[in-house]
Design a binder for this molecule. Sequence first.
Ligand code: FAD
Length: 345
Amino acid sequence: MTRTVAVVGAGVAGVGVADALRETDAAVTLFDKGRGISGRAATRRKHGCRYDHGANYIKPGEDAWVDDLLDELGTDGLADIEEPVWTHDADGTIAEGRDDESHKWTYVQGITQFAKRVRERADAPVHKSTRVESIDRDEDGWHLTDTDGEDYGPFDVLVLTPPAPQTADLLADTDWADDRLARLHDAVDAVPYRTIRTLVLHYPFELDRPWYALVNPDREHPVGWLSREECKPGHVPDGESLLVAQMSPGWSVDHYDDPAEDAAAAAADLVATLLDDDRLTEPDWVDSQGWRYALPDAAVDAEAARCAEDAGLFVAGDWVVGEGRVHRAFENGRTVGARVADHLA
Ligand SMILES: Cc1cc2nc3c(=O)[nH]c(=O)nc-3n(C[C@H](O)[C@H](O)[C@H](O)COP(=O)(O)OP(=O)(O)OC[C@H]3O[C@@H](n4cnc5c(N)ncnc54)[C@H](O)[C@@H]3O)c2cc1C
């Protein structure tokens, strides 16, 4: 009989689970509350521009496995950002450095291509715009209910991949009379996350700088990260520039609920001062995204995270490894997927 696996979340960890199971006879179904897939490795299109407003690029992992994987997924549209990452400090002093000369991968079509290509090769169906609200377990397996009251299941295995606070909410809404549930919930609930508000600032002129991005290593400047999306092939038409400003966690929390125009105006002032260019106070259009759960600040307790695996309940994601990186989240998805395969064997 075909064994069934439900994966909540079609970010890179979720598609990593499906990828690990692609050569087994398990039937994997992904569920995502978003209209697309790829989670925080996100791309938007507006006014002829394309921009990655969550994860900026994919770093190569150790042992070149990321480069090999990207090769397997197809190099058509794969783009390596050539310009370096520089730094700025609390006083706004810009300096060379930090760039480790390694690849900075994205795609002409945007960073979401990575998850899209993985999902395609895994050939796993996705229920998009489907927010899972509650879970229950009976003798037949795991059942899911979405916010429209639609039921799915039973599934032999359930893998939860939303950011830890959202996974903790789902576990709080899980009906399963077993002590492992509380242990798992408490461990997941304890994972701290940083908040980042991303502001996108577009200008109808080119900005000539020697760097792709500035990062603020001392974390004392309100602009945590500033990148020039035009350094990515195919993202910004010639003669324009598009800045992606990821604001510091402190600034982001203070301004999280400000209207987009106000937050963008405040960010544009900070950016103009940082780059010493008054023209930057007046972008011709802006965009905004709040990432309440942007990056994990620690990893979940590893033993507690695996305590319900015997019962077919698994978790995966960047918070399981404790590092907010696309390649680490994907790698964790694949590792967890391999354990799911063992569980089903
Ligand atoms: C601003 C920002 C900048 C970053 N920069 C970089 C970078 O430059 N390089 C890098 O490597 N990494 C970067 N990261 C980190 C990287 O994006 C993440 O570590 C990685 O994408 C996490 O993948 P994931 O699959 O674990 O989680 P997610 O991408 O969060 O996927 C979880 C999915 O679960 C879905 N979901 C949540 N709740 C439910 C529910 N109830 N029902 C159904 N679906 C649900 C969500 O819609 C989401 O698609 C950045 C992140 C942010 C926010």
